[in-house]
Design a protein around this ligand. Structure first.
Ligand SMILES: [Zn+2]
Length: 114
């Protein structure tokens, strides 16, 4: 048993709100897959630039790292840890997940890292 599961126990798991196969998980997956498609489409456009400037290169980098985050979020949906802050293990607020569906942390923990 890990420290986190010892602290949170079964009650903590019930707070996640995104059990695999549930409605919330399905909606999150749809959102992530839509994000994934738009990211890939934009990346494809940017990769077609023959002489990319700095802004294009920066945008490409952002899109690529977002795509990695989206894939990681999809993996978390599969293992049932999606929607839980990686640091404090509390549920990430729905409003935040709607804006950044691949968010790993709650706002407080994310700001602490900056
Ligand atoms: Zn947190």
């Amino acid at each position: 048993m890990t420290v986190n599961s010892a602290v949170n126990g079964a009650a903590g798991d019930a707070l996640g709100g995104h059990p695999p196969g549930g409605t919330a998980a399905r909606q999150a997956r749809e959102l992530l897959e839509r994000e994934r498609r738009t990211h890939i489409a934009e990346l494809g456009l940017l990769e077609g630039e023959s002489a990319p400037d700095e802004a294009v290169m920066a945008r490409r980098g952002t899109l690529q790292s977002n795509l990695e985050e989206i894939d990681a979020a999809l993996a978390r949906l599969d293992d049932g840890t999606y929607g839980r802050c990686e640091d404090c293990r509390k549920p990430v607020p729905e409003g935040r997940l709607e804006i950044i569906p691949y968010a790993r942390r709650c706002v407080v923990c994310q700001q602490r890292r900056r």
